[in-house]
Design a protein around this ligand. Structure first.
Ligand SMILES: C[S@@+](CC[C@H](N)C(=O)[O-])C[C@H]1O[C@@H](n2cnc3c(N)ncnc32)[C@H](O)[C@@H]1O
Length: 372
């Protein structure tokens, strides 16, 4: 029987959303590295790991990590690969409970041959900046920072993580707290370069997006291509907003995170609530024309850019899609509609706005305007 964490409460709905996003992302992320020829070890760093379950035996991130590994057992066995899972929590009692829970789960799932676990009870920063630097510099890494990211992920840490190759990281931020106390020295001191007036003046619903944007200041100038993607989560109290921020330098990392996010919420792909007030927009107002939804606005923008020749091919369309926080399906729908409406023509039955065609196969097709 897994041991219960006597210190923890049941996870609330917002926590479940957070864990689902992590799990869905890992589910998309893992097969990329299992199938890749890249020989570096596949590593997951869950550095605020907790004890494994909440009070009601709902699985936390480390148990979910094992469940995803088990789901991909066939390809892991076929490619003879293992996943190295580093589990850390500052609380040594939690780590002892976690060790027992993980050993049991590994047995239950029969994944002993495909997972290697390592436990530590260290402060997060020591764990990253001292204990695991060697592994971090030599692996394909997914790092989950599930606590207090505003305090822990300061400029130095953000830049260290960004300097790592083939590394994606996700961190948690209590954005409402920053919104409520932007002038507190205790808040400001973690990020002296942030524009706290901007954070202060934003609407409470959008605060996590604005906090996320502030982290862009930390991107080193030599990093040319990167994505920093927010996902806002409203707590069940309907007052507090927190969220995840995903950081990646690889288009496939962004692509996979956005897929997970749009799976979580097909309305906006970046919150567990109606952050853009789309339901209202859909209904419209009797006297006013209906305003566009987030997907429709993106599709209209894409159409205009294609007609202006700013977007000339599927590669341009793919990168616009990622940069605007959308998925290939949204772009494809519009481009196919433009083809049906005889606004453009191209040499393929579909728009090829996806990673496989653009980056892997380098199959670039031009969208030509139809002369009227
Ligand atoms: C929100 S819980 C993590 C929950 C876990 N991801 C799960 O899904 O069950 C945050 C954890 O961070 C740990 N923690 C707090 N401060 C820490 C620090 N500075 N370094 C490492 N762990 C810390 C706490 O003991 C707690 O278990």
């Amino acid at each position: 029987m897994p041991i219960r964490d006597i210190f923890d409460k049941p996870f609330d709905d917002g926590t479940i959303v957070k864990l689902e996003i992590f799990q869905k992302y890992f589910e998309e992320w893992l097969p990329v590295f299992v199938m890749s020829r890249n020989p570096k070890p596949i590593q997951v760093f869950d550095l605020f790991a907790g004890s494994g379950y909440d009070q009601n035996h709902v699985p936390g991130s480390p148990i979910r990590t094992l469940e995803v590994i088990a789901k991909h057992r066939r390809i892991l066995a076929q490619k003879k690969k293992q996943v190295f899972v580093f589990l850390n929590d500052a609380d040594s009692q939690k780590i002892e409970q976690l060790r027992i829970n993980i050993e049991q789960k590994v047995k239950d799932l029969s994944i002993q041959s495909m997972v290697v676990t390592q436990f530590s009870a260290r402060d997060f920063r020591d764990s990253v900046l001292n204990d695991h630097t060697k592994e971090l510099k030599s692996g394909n890494n997914l790092i989950f920072i599930d606590q207090n990211g505003f305090k822990e992920v300061n400029e130095q840490l953000f830049q260290f993580l960004m300097s790592l190759d083939t590394t994606d990281f996700i961190f948690f931020v209590s954005s409402s707290y920053v919104h409520r106390f932007p002038d507190e020295p205790e808040v400001r001191r973690h990020h002296p370069r942030f524009d706290f007036d901007k954070i202060k003046n934003t609407s409470w619903k959008k605060v996590h997006n604005v906090v996320c944007d502030e982290f862009r200041r930390y991107v080193p100038s030599n990093v040319k291509r990167y994505w920093i993607i927010p996902f806002s989560i409203m707590k069940p109290d309907m007052v507090n907003i927190y969220g995840l921020i995903a950081v990646t330098k690889h288009p496939l990392g962004a692509d996979k995170f956005l897929n997970a996010a749009w799976k979580e919420n097909a309305l906006n792909g970046n919150a567990n609530f109606d952050i853009e007030e789309e339901e209202k927009k859909k209904q419209g107002d009797f006297f006013k024309p209906r305003t566009l939804t987030k997907i429709e606005s993106f599709q209209l923008m894409l159409q205009e850019l294609i007609l202006k020749r700013n977007i000339k091919n599927n590669s341009d369309a793919y990168y616009l899609t990622l940069d605007e926080g959308h998925i290939g399906k949204h772009a494809n729908e519009k481009i196919m509609e433009m083809k049906r409406d005889k606004l453009i023509t191209f040499d393929s039955p579909s728009s090829l706005v996806n990673y496989k065609k653009v980056e892997k196969e380098k199959r670039i097709i031009e969208y030509k305007l139809v002369k009227k």
